[in-house]
Design a protein around this ligand. Structure first.
Ligand SMILES: [Mg+2]
Length: 255
């Protein structure tokens, strides 16, 4: 179903930030990415197909954070045209308001960024295989928009397994994986040395990065430290935005 959507619209270069699950640090990564691209002097669009558990004027909500990172282009409604209050899956949150997620708008909502930006950073909701509506997964929209994906996971126990599973799933959906970012959602533990040895996201991220980089080479495996402004090490994100998508008629193909 994706082929037509991409072919009918000229693709805006960009990246889709997705993750292994909800709450793994996607927005922090997307914000850092947007700021980095904007610092290159490129007008950056920001798009979230649907958000739940927030409102357009929530300063801590994803739509507003993405909008601020991009320098407040257009308006928050352009960043996320479908916002629902309840902190449950989008389809359920919409039903709680007597509404429904608009499947066509999940895809077409990005079009407004074509005339004001050279690249767009899209943030999914939940993980790669999470539903955005009763009919559409994050992976479906990522594929139809044609953007390479950045896969984010939290730097906590299990990140190697979660990340590898999601990278393989992304490729099975026909997506190009641009990079993996381990995001420290929690700060390093203070005090107790034993707890620090086991739970310290710095230690987990270092070990996981080494393992994943070897396993997924030449894919960049990067890190966003807790509270840090930049994803390390620095890479050419603009070049990744322009990576060609896997042809849309090759669903199930590998990169
Ligand atoms: Mg988010």
């Amino acid at each position: 179903m994706g082929g037509t959507a991409v072919n009918q619209r000229q693709r805006l270069p960009g990246l889709c930030v997705t993750g292994t699950d909800t709450g793994v640090g996607k927005t922090a990564v997307a914000v850092a990415l947007v700021r980095r691209l904007a610092a290159c002097g490129v007008p950056v669009g920001v798009y979230k197909p649907v958000a739940s558990g927030t409102s357009a004027d929530d300063p801590h909500g994803d739509p507003r954070r993405l909008w601020e990172a991009a320098g407040r282009p257009l308006g928050v409604a352009a960043v996320c045209p479908q916002v629902f209050r309840a902190a449950v899956a989008p389809a359920e949150a919409a039903r709680a308001e007597g509404r429904a997620v608009d499947d066509a708008l999940l895809r077409s909502g990005v079009d407004v960024w074509r005339r004001v930006s050279d690249v767009v950073v899209v943030e999914g909701a939940g993980g790669l295989c999470s539903p955005l509506s009763d009919a559409t997964l994050v992976a479906d929209v990522a594929r139809e928009l044609g953007h390479p994906v950045v896969i984010v996971d939290d730097s906590r126990l299990g990140c190697i397994g979660r990340t590898l599973a999601t990278v393989h799933a992304a490729r099975a959906f026909g997506l190009v994986v641009a990079a993996v970012v381990l995001s420290d959602v929690t700060p390093p533990p203070a005090g107790d040395a034993r707890a620090a040895a086991v739970d310290d996201p710095r230690r987990i991220a270092a070990a996981a990065r080494e393992f994943l980089a070897a396993r997924l080479a030449p894919l960049p495996v990067l890190r966003l430290a807790h509270g840090a402004a930049a994803i390390e090490p620095e890479i050419d994100w603009l070049a990744l935005c322009r990576l060609a998508p896997v042809p849309t008629d090759s669903a199930g193909g590998q990169r």
